[in-house]
Design a protein around this ligand. Structure first.
Ligand SMILES: [Zn+2]
Length: 258
């Protein structure tokens, strides 16, 4: 088994630390800062074995150099020469071994063109490390890719086991839920989930990880084929939107101005 622990960084980032249960072996995903990772490793007597990177944004790669200065470890990441210190570049379908687990790579362009995600398909513990492509109740902004690319990237996630735990890298859930409720005010699952997340934040707890099952019920960016969402987005733009990609594109446009 793997334990997955959120290390808070910057204002609202989580650097996910994977630990092989009952051992001191650890891996981190998207270390935008080194200090909180080093502090956590030291406090818990852990040894860093590898670094995983999802995309080139500074808040995901900014801590790599300092971590490597402390412990030289393999750095896995996308094919993008702009990211320094990647020791093994990865593409769709590649598999890597970390902490005795196999992680499979998905290319998920949209937020950035280089964006990749890491997934384990083990039926007893399916995990998805999706960087900034997907958030709870939201998805990443389209800085580099098109809505069509992002739509197809997210389709790769909806094909995973609904039990999959999703480790997104920002605590944006409450703000995303305000938007999701504006889009689907009649969705009771959204109201219930908002109540749960408000309580978690009040208690100082992360709302993440979420699960694919939860997101399929509440995330407007995974629900472009739902009749209610189609109807509400069409009515907001006064356009007869039928194609799920068009619905997705317009949902994203709506959120960008929300
Ligand atoms: Zn980003």
């Amino acid at each position: 088994m793997l334990s997955v622990i959120p290390i808070p960084a910057f204002n609202d980032n989580y650097i996910w630390l994977l630990q092989r249960t009952e051992t001191n072996r650890a891996v981190v995903v998207d270390p935008g800062q080194a200090e909180p990772v080093l502090a956590y490793l030291q406090a818990h007597g852990l040894t860093l074995e590898a670094i995983l990177v999802t995309h080139h944004h500074h808040d995901h790669v900014g801590g790599i150099e300092e971590l490597l200065a402390n412990t030289p470890v393999p750095v896995f990441g996308p094919v993008n020469p702009a990211i320094k210190n990647i020791s093994q570049t990865l593409s769709e379908g590649d598999e890597i071994q970390v902490l005795d687990e196999t992680l499979r790579v998905l290319e998920v362009p949209g937020h950035t063109l280089d964006h990749i995600a890491y997934v384990t398909d083990k039926p007893e513990q399916p995990l998805l490390f999706c960087g900034d492509s997907l958030f709870s109740a939201g998805c990443g902004r389209l800085f580099e890719g098109t809505a069509e690319q992002m739509y197809h990237s997210l389709q790769k996630y909806t094909a995973l086991s609904p039990k999959t735990d999703i480790f997104a890298t920002h605590e944006y859930t409450l703000a995303n839920l305000d938007f999701a409720i504006a889009v689907e005010p009649e969705n009771q699952a959204l109201r219930d989930y908002q109540k749960k997340c408000l309580q978690l934040r009040e208690d100082g707890e992360p709302t993440l990880p979420t699960t694919l099952k939860q997101e399929l019920a509440i995330n407007p960016f995974l629900r472009s084929s739902e009749a209610s969402l189609k109807r509400n987005v069409s009515s907001h733009f006064a356009l007869p939107l039928a194609d799920p990609v068009d619905v997705f594109r317009h949902t994203r446009l709506w959120k960008d101005k929300f």
